[in-house]
Design a protein around this ligand. Structure first.
Ligand SMILES: Cc1cc2nc3c(=O)[nH]c(=O)nc-3n(C[C@H](O)[C@H](O)[C@H](O)COP(=O)(O)OP(=O)(O)OC[C@H]3O[C@@H](n4cnc5c(N)ncnc54)[C@H](O)[C@@H]3O)c2cc1C
Length: 410
């Protein structure tokens, strides 16, 4: 991270240094074993990150959070992902359901759940996606129907981030007619309720991070577990996704992207060739002009992507409507990291084919950035609407109206 961002405070810089040191000393030594274990549920990194209070980075101090801003969240995710995509994934996935609780939770719900989340003692998920309907959220099949004073939930959810370590699921299901924007509702469902089964298909990368199926069969929750009002499910899902999910994925991509650039430079600087007449001249691979051009492109992409990731959340922290900027920050960060990875792959020669080489871990992990919080084509769809002046609800505006407080002095 450069220091050219005038809005970075001492708090941000301290947090960045703390996160970097944690990544270097705690996460990095752990990564080889995490990779070797393949798809599995890691509990040690969540425990260690939870102890630092990072799950509560933007939770208000009155609910025992750190009371910092969305930029602080972006910084911790990016620094963590720099050392391990899985660690970044674990951290960022906890913030998305937290956003839904901050946005829609009653005072009683916030007092019950937010302090546990902030302390790292309870990991929440947001369970929206279903196998048949995917990103078409309004088409989902899962339902909640009233029974007595409570609700009975039936749904099959898939790709649920942190499903393996969760203590609480924010579940969005149908309570009204298909296609009706007020036809969905959100519920707070403890993970140990009868009728919940979690399973984990194999994943390409981010080993240690779980992103599995959560099946709910006749799961009973009391009326107090409705989040917001009946009909607020779309607002829960979209606000969490736009205000938190998209910038979180931008931050994860940013951390991985920076690592791609650093790994590539270290690799190129470390490879020497005898060149010139009588092979007397030694050159590093990074001395070749063509290689330098590629590095320049990678660096330029990284700087542009970083600026978008920070600027978008800074707008949110300033209380300004910024849906398009949040969407763009995810799209550009994902595309830029992918392009730099293609350059890095060429520059690594045969080593890009070795599963034990760090660059191939980054290739595997970046596969996990595209789909969450909406695939690239959905972001393009939103940006086309912006270009054409289509009138859409602004989820950031609604979130700010309900939650924004002027930032504390640095
Ligand atoms: C690592 C990871 C973590 C995730 N975490 C969570 C989580 O915590 N909670 C959760 O609920 N979900 C989560 N997801 C699921 C994610 O949100 C979905 O994968 C995503 O919404 C897309 O759904 P789908 O995979 O079914 O693809 P589909 O919706 O079937 O889309 C497939 C492709 O079709 C095209 N397409 C579909 N619809 C449109 C459209 N309207 N406009 C333009 N193109 C379109 C796009 O090219 C898209 O990529 C996660 C996924 C991954 C991989």
């Amino acid at each position: 991270m450069s220091t050219t961002y005038t809005y970075l405070t001492d708090n941000h810089l301290r947090l960045r240094d703390q996160a970097h040191e944690f990544g270097r000393s705690v996460i990095a030594p752990y990564v080889t074993d995490m990779e070797a274990a393949g798809t599995h549920t890691d509990r040690e990194l969540p425990r260690r990150m939870g102890e630092l209070g990072w799950c509560g980075v933007f939770i208000d101090a009155e609910y025992d959070g750190m009371g910092l801003d969305h930029l602080a969240k972006t910084i911790t995710i990016a620094e963590t992902a720099y050392f391990s995509g899985a660690a970044g994934g674990i951290l960022q996935a906890s913030h998305i359901p937290t956003t839904a609780i901050v946005y829609l939770g009653s005072e009683q719900q916030k007092r019950l759940w937010l302090p546990q989340i902030a302390a790292g003692l309870l990991w929440p998920t947001i369970a929206v996606t279903e196998p048949d309907t995917g990103s078409h959220v309004l088409g989902m099949d899962g339902t909640a129907r009233r029974k007595g004073k409570g609700w009975i939930i039936n749904a099959r959810k898939c790709f649920i981030g942190n499903s393996g370590i969760a203590g609480l699921h924010v579940v969005v299901v149908r309570t009204g007619k298909p296609g009706d924007p007020r036809g969905l509702s959100a519920f707070l469902v403890e993970a140990d309720r009868d009728g919940i089964e979690v399973s984990q298909p194999d994943l390409v990368g981010m080993h240690g991070f779980t992103c599995g199926n959560v099946d709910l069969r006749d799961v009973h929750v009391p009326a107090t577990h409705l989040l917001g009002e009946v009909g607020d499910g779309l607002a829960a899902a979209y606000t969490a996704s736009v205000v938190c999910g998209r910038p979180n994925l931008a931050a994860t991509a940013l951390g991985l992207h920076r690592r791609v650039v650093d790994e590539t430079i270290a690799f190129l600087n470390g490879r020497h060739r005898k060149m010139g007449k009588r092979h007397r001249e030694t050159r590093r691979l990074s001395d070749h002009p063509v290689v330098k051009y590629r590095l320049a492109d990678m660096q330029s992409r990284l700087m542009a992507a970083e600026r978008l990731a920070y600027d978008a959340v800074h707008l949110l922290d300033e209380g300004r409507s910024c849906d398009a900027e949040l969407v763009q920050s995810k799209l550009v960060n994902n595309l830029a990291a992918g392009e730099s990875l293609r350059d890095a792959s060429s520059l690594h020669g045969g080593y890009a084919a070795r599963t034990d080489h760090p660059i191939t871990r980054l290739m595997r992990d970046i596969q996990h950035i595209g789909a969450p919080a909406g695939p690239d084509d959905i972001q393009r769809h939103r940006l086309t609407e912006k270009a054409l002046g289509v009138d859409r609800p602004q989820w950031s505006e609604a979130f700010i109206r309900r939650t924004h407080r002027p930032a504390p002095a640095a």
